[in-house]
Structure formats: C-alpha cells, structure tokens
Design a protein around this ligand. Structure first.
Ligand code: C2O
Ligand code: CU
Length: 543
C-alpha cells in the first residue's frame, strides 16, 4: 500500500446552527463533520494531530484494527493520555483487511459529539468492488447539543445524573427542514435518472439508534463496518451509533424530490429527542421544485420488531475474494452481562440519578473506572497498581436477566479490571442484556478487532441456541446492537496483540462505566508481538 499524510488541527470553531449564531464547538480543521480520510486497502496513513483547543483530547480510528499497533488507537487512559493543549501527536493508521466505510472520532470525554469524520477505504484498483455504481456520497448522521458537550458531561458526572439530550440530529452538519431556523434548508443530493449511487452512511450520533429510508426508493445494503455484505433489498435501515452501512440506491423513480429521513428507534423508557432529521434526494431534471417531497414510510419510534427484522438479515458476502473465516474451535468462552445500575449517593452530596442515586452501568457487574495513566503504557512498562487482570469470564451471580427486576440491582463494583486473552485463542463472547434500570439496546463495540455475530435473540441465552448459530456467513462487524433484554454471541480469533477497549457505543452508558479492556497477549514469534511504541506519546503524569 501507499503511505499518506493528513494534518488534523483540533480547535474551537464558531458555528451557526438552529437559532444560535457563533456557538463555539470543538472541531478538526474547522469542519463539522470533520475532514474525510480517503485511502485504499492496505495503505498506511500518518495523521499529525495538533491540539490548540482548550482541553486535552484523543482521536480514535473506529473500526481500523491497527494490527500489532495499539499505540495510535486513541481511547483516553486505555491506550494513551490526553494530547494536551498546544501539542501534537503523530498517529499512524495501519490499514490491512478493512475495505468500505469506517470513521474516526475523538475518544475523550464527550468530545466525539462534534469531533468526528469519515474514513473511506477504496478497494485496490479503485473499481474492484463486488457491486456496480456510478457515483458515491458520504452521509454522516450526528447529534447536536444546545451546550458545550464537555460541560454537559462534566455536570452530569459530578451530580451522578443523566447528561442532557441532544436537541437535533444532523445530516452532514445540517439539521434539515423539520427544525425551526433552518430556513427550509436541508442536506441534498442531486441524482440523474437511471444512475446508481453508493451511499456510505456513518452513525456518529451519541445515544440514539436510527431508522433510515428514502421515499419510494429501494435500498440495497452491500456493506457494513468496513466489510462487504451479501446484498439485500429493503426500504429501511436500522443503524446504531458506531455502525456504518454502505447502500446502493438507483434513481429510478419519477423525476422529482424525495425526502431521506433518519428517525430514532427508542425504548419507551428511554429519554429521547424524538425529532427526525431529513435531507432531500432530487433529480436533475425539469419538474415543479416547489412541490412537497414525498416522505418515506419508516418504522415507528418504538418498533422493536422492525429493528430486529432488519438486523437479522445481515450476512457477510463470503465470496471467493472476500471469504468468511468464522472460528469454529472455541478455546475461550466468555459471558458478559450488560447492565445499567445505580450507585448509592456519597454522604453529604445530592445526586441527580434515579431515586437520588448515581447513574451507573456495568459489564459483569464491574463499572469501569478509567485510571489516570494509560493501561497500554502501564502494561508495556510493567507498572503495577494501574489495573487488575481480574475481569471474570462469567457473571458473578445468576439472576433472571429478563424478568421484571424492580429492585435496583446490586450496585456494581467500580474498578479497573481487564480481561486477559492468550494470543490466537478462538474467543466467543456472549453478551446478555439485563432488565435493570431503563433497558435498551446496547451497541457493543470492540477495538482492535472485527468479529462475527454468530447468534442473537430475545430473552436469556440458553445452550440450545448454539446449534442454531450461523458459522457460515455471519456479518463481520465492529459494533453489534445487543437487543434490549436479549443476547448476542460474537466470535473472533485473538490474532492482534495489544490493549483494546470494549464498550457500549451509547455515550451515556460508556460514561457510566459500561466498558472493559481486553489485553491480548503477544505470541512467541517475532511477528506476533506488538510493534514498538512511537518515539513520542502524549505525556502521562506519573509515567
Ligand atoms: Cu467508536 Cu471506542 O469507539
Ligand atoms: Cu448501552
């Protein structure tokens, strides 16, 4: 592959949005959404990240495996400390098997709300797609907040409460014409009758899963999370924060204007901004431009069955050129309960969480506590006392995960525990959703790996489901929506040594502790070890 170079300048930028002018947000290169990185399969990309914003940040390349090189992966206090104000960090993105659409985002505090952008990975030879199209467009869905996102999370964490919700969704930075002050403007794409378009859809939103559709137009889903899918036709998508989907759309309708709409999929208990955002697909022809565009018919906000019916159709392409390699001799079997819990309010404090307690979330009843120096650097330098290698392979107690759990649930243990995995183990992780608190889908995301989603269902996992696993062509993704009150099973081969974050991609839950870290040990051979660290990492106090 080639070696490419990008410069990212992280800085505050005044933006006009909705009814506000000159709201200062953190951006890369003054752009919202941020700049696109475009490369080919197998390229190496150097990104010089310079921070002149008011606080430290980190940047993560979501879905890039970074084989043997966790040093540039980015999650704060997992692989690095913050890039301080007025300093730079030269990050290296190592592309290997990824092909399709991924994205990058800030991975410190809540800064990813405004600091994110696409990573487009073309096949070698540019035209070597397993499908045909004429043109491509990237569509980034994001959430917009009324205030600085860092202030919002800091306040929420300090009071143990729920962070403020976004006030709008945006498509490529535009809220669209359902919002006041948009002056009827919306993101639009002009199409030519008869042509086929590849839409690369990236869900950079913070907390809401989304349905998506375009009035009257068929969508052919062909890729997801930087890998190809077996094409299938649908009139709507269900996409979670963290996921990307590649979709073909042929402009084959009566020339005119058609709405494209993102509409949230929310649990009835979940707090939510039930606005939709819409853009316009318009034909490049003569017709009456003042006619109101048609709206797509999307599932309702709480339509769990339509959400599930979409997800169940995802299959990897599994062709000769892009074969699936699903691990079938599992050597490590891990069950992880995923739950929202609550913590007692410390004495002499008022807490804004439910019943006066602190909002909290956990994996196997452990609420992740980020250390103040990075776990990767502690691991590499053999520093003791930063984390414990004690994250359990099984939940600490058994309960009916999906029953009506009206009690608060056990308060989770707040600690820094990592899951140790041997090199080349064939790993299965079964995530089990629970009914504690306001249960909802959890888009579980793993750094350093894509994984095969071999099974998924409602209710409690039970061993009889193993015989129904799809081990032939399951989707190969980096983020999977664990169904509300259900389970999902994923598989991967632990062939990437390093320190890898795993967490729910709902920002609210991640900030409450629904995270853990996988440390994949090095193998005996030279090419099974981590590559050496770069000359300069952002400084950690105490290292
Ligand atoms: Cu896109 Cu750790 O996340
Ligand atoms: Cu979650």
């Amino acid at each position: 592959g080639e070696v490419l170079r990008y410069d990212f300048l992280v800085r505050e930028t005044p933006i006009d949005m909705l009814c506000e002018t000159n709201r200062t947000i953190l951006t890369v290169n003054g752009l919202f959404p941020g700049p696109e990185i475009r490369a080919h399969r197998g390229d190496t990309i150097y990104v010089n990240v310079t921070n002149i914003g008011p606080y430290g940040v980190t940047i993560h390349w979501h879905g890039v495996r970074q084989i043997r090189y966790p040093w540039s992966d980015g999650p704060e206090y997992v692989t690095q400390c913050l890039i301080p104000t007025n300093s730079s960090f030269l990050q290296k993105i190592i592309l290997t098997e990824e092909e399709g659409t991924l994205w990058w985002h800030a991975h410190s505090d809540r800064t990813r709300a405004t600091v994110h952008g696409p990573i487009i990975i073309l096949p070698v030879g540019n035209t070597n797609y397993p499908y045909k199209f004429d043109e491509q467009h990237t569509i980034v869905i994001a959430e917009w907040y009324a205030r600085d996102t860092k202030d919002i999370i800091d306040e929420a964490l300090a009071s143990g409460g729920d962070p403020d919700l976004s006030v709008a969704y945006t498509i490529n930075g535009q809220p669209g014409d359902t919002y006041t002050c948009s002056n009827g403007s919306a993101y639009n794409i002009t199409v030519v009758l008869g042509k086929t378009y590849l839409f690369r859809i990236i869900h950079s939103g913070m907390n809401e899963e989304m349905f998506f559709g375009i009035a009257k137009h068929n969508l052919t889903v062909v890729g997801m999370d930087g890998a190809y899918l077996k094409p299938f036709n649908t009139n709507y998508l269900m996409i979670t924060p963290g996921q990307t989907m590649d979709v073909l759309v042929t402009a084959n309708q009566t020339p005119g204007r058609y709405y494209m709409v993102f509409s949230p999929f929310v649990d009835t208990n979940a707090p939510s901004n039930e606005n939709v955002t819409r853009g316009i697909l318009q034909y490049n022809r003569n017709y009456n431009h003042s006619e109101t565009p048609a709206l797509p018919e999307l599932p309702g906000f709480t339509n769990k069955s339509d959400a599930g019916n979409f997800t169940i159709r995802l299959r990897s392409l599994n062709s000769k050129e892009h074969p699936s390699t699903v691990p079938t001799s599992i050597t490590r079997n891990i069950t992880i309960t995923v739950s929202v819990n609550q913590q007692p309010c410390p004495a002499n404090q008022t807490c804004a969480g439910p019943q006066g307690q602190i909002h909290s979330a956990s994996l196997n009843n452990i609420s992740f506590w980020a250390p103040s120096i990075s776990i990767l650097q502690a691991y590499y330098n053999n520093l003791k006392g930063v984390y414990n290698e004690t994250f359990p392979d099984k939940p600490p107690f058994v309960f009916d995960y999906t029953g009506n759990v009206s009690a608060l649930g056990e308060a989770a243990n707040v600690s820094t525990e990592v899951l140790m995995i041997n090199y080349n183990e064939e790993v299965e992780i079964r995530f089990q959703g629970t009914n504690f608190g306001a249960a909802e889908n959890h888009p579980m995301h793993l750094h350093g790996y894509s994984f095969y989603v071999v099974g998924m269902g409602d209710g409690n996992f039970n061993d009889t489901y193993i015989s129904e696993y799809n081990t032939v062509d399951p989707p190969y993704v980096n983020t999977v929506g664990l169904p509300k009150n259900g389970w999902t099973a994923i598989r991967f081969k632990a062939d990437n040594p390093g320190v890898w974050f795993m967490h729910c991609h709902l920002d609210r839950h991640a900030s409450w502790g629904m995270d853990t870290v996988l440390i994949v040990r090095e193998g005996p051979d030279k090419d099974q070890k981590m590559l050496p660290p770069p000359e300069h990492m952002p400084p950690c106090s105490g290292l």
